[in-house]
Every structure is written in C-alpha cells, then in structure tokens.
Design a protein. Structure first.
Length: 272
C-alpha cells in the first residue's frame, strides 16, 4: 500500500507507526484509518517486529476527526467512515469481543505503545487508550470531544475508560468532554510515564527495547492475550487458563534459553 498520511519504520525489532498530517495536527480521515490498520497488520505479521510504537508527526498526536469529514457527515445526513470494504483485519479472529474498531488492538500479538507527543482528541484519544502502554509529553491536551458534537462516547470508550481509571474519573471525562492535560492524566493513572517533550521518543524507544531484550516474544504475546481475555471472565477461569499455559510454556525452547541465560549471567537469545 502507498502510505500518504502515515509513516512506517522498523528498527531493531521495534516498529514505529507515525500519523503524518502535521499541518492538521494529524486529524483522522478514512485514508488514515485504512493505512493505520494496514500498518498494524504488517507489523503483527512481521516475525522481526516485537513491539509497536504509535505516535504523531509534528506538534500533535491526533486531533480527532478531520473537520471536513465532520462537515460531510452533517451534509449527507449520516455517518460515512470513508474506508474501503477490504480493510485490513489485524487482531481479528482471536476472540469475538475483539472483532471491532480499535478493540482489535487487544487481539494483536505484540504490545502497542502510544507515544503521545501532543494533542489527542476524539478518535486520537481512543487510539491512545486502546494502546497497551501510554507515555506522554508534559502539557499535551487530551479530550474525548464527543459531547460537544452531539455524539456518543466512541468506539467502546465507555467500556474501556472506567477499567483504566475507574468509574468516577471516567464519568468526569466522558460526561463533560472537557479538555485536560497529560499532567492530570498522569495523576489519574491513565499514563505509564510523563516526560519532557524532547525525551518522549527516546524514553518510549528505550522502554520498547527493554521489552525486546528481556522478555520472550512468546511471553509478551500470551500475557497480552491473558490480560484482555481475563477482563471478560471470572478469576477461577483465569487461574485455570494460566495453569494450562504454564504447563505448555515450560516445554518451549525459550524457557530453556531463559534458564541458561540466567545461570550464565548473559542476555537471553530469544528464538520466537
């Protein structure tokens, strides 16, 4: 696919997906949605990729739906996503609950890290919330924005946000659609790190590199799957599933390699 509004790079097992409409604060379009899913599908299929970073070009992460698209919905009298019928389907087919817009990120085999470098509004805020880990620059502005547009909470955010920060804080953000900063988001527990803007990408890449070097790819894949699957079931089922995974994974080569590396006091050489 020819990438027109995004960029995709892979360096040392770390894939970086950059939303690339900096003159519009990376506002979201049907083309961007199409490219976003295609890139995630490529990264998920690539055996050399272990971690995926999502960020924005220039001053913004993603300022939400493009204003021209919003105006078009009003003029047509209905919502038009502007995407083709043959969208890539990364993460689909793992669990029925994940087979939906942005929830599909829970079905990816690799962790997704959001590097929130600037404003994240509407769908941009949704993308950040569906990431597995969120790192942000100090002082960036965040908002759901839907209430001010006579829209519902989008893309399952009403399910996800209370699970991330609790119902009380989520209600404040969802019902008011107010703008708040990453500094407040850090205090809420929405972020994994809050850093100076110049330090954001180095910090995120360093974190991703530690995942690549110290955690087996099989463990990353299985643990991510456990986290989001177990949100839908009782603790007993989670324990039994974990026991079955334990029985399986101790027979794998990466377990034996982990033990050898520990005894030999060296970094592990993962093979998956």
């Amino acid at each position: 696919m020819e990438l027109k509004v995004t960029r995709y790079e892979v360096d040392e097992s770390i894939a970086t997906l950059t939303l690339d409409r900096p003159e519009r604060l990376n506002s979201w379009t049907g083309r961007m949605h199409t490219e976003y899913r295609w890139i995630l599908d490529q990264a998920n299929r690539d055996p050399n990729v272990r971690v995926i970073i999502v960020t924005g070009a220039g001053r913004g992460f993603c300022s939400g739906a493009d204003t021209a698209a919003l105006q078009g919905h009003a003029e047509r009298g209905g919502y038009d996503p502007g995407t083709p019928a043959d969208l890539a389907m990364p993460g689909y087919g793992i669990r029925p609950e994940f087979d939906a817009h942005f929830a599909f990120q829970f079905g990816l085999d690799k962790p997704v890290l959001a590097a929130i470098n600037g404003p994240a509004a509407g769908v941009g805020f949704v993308i950040a919330c569906y990431a597995d880990l969120r790192f942000a620059a100090k002082g960036a502005k965040l908002t759901t924005s839907h209430g001010k547009l006579n829209l519902p909470a989008e893309y399952g955010l009403s399910w996800l946000l209370p699970r991330l920060i609790g119902v009380t804080r989520a209600n404040d953000i969802l019902l008011s659609s107010r703008t708040f900063t990453t500094d407040e988001a850090w205090e809420m527990g929405l972020l994994n790190a809050l850093v100076e803007p110049a330090d954001l990408m180095p910090y995120t890449i360093d974190y991703a590199r530690r995942l690549v070097e110290t955690v087996s790819p099989g463990s990353l894949r299985v643990t991510k799957r456990q986290i989001y699957t177990d949100l839908h079931r009782d603790v007993g089922s989670a324990v039994k599933h974990a026991d079955a995974l334990l029985d399986q994974m101790v027979t794998e080569e990466n377990y034996r390699e982990a033990i050898r590396a520990y005894l030999e006091k060296r970094p592990p050489r993962w093979t998956d």
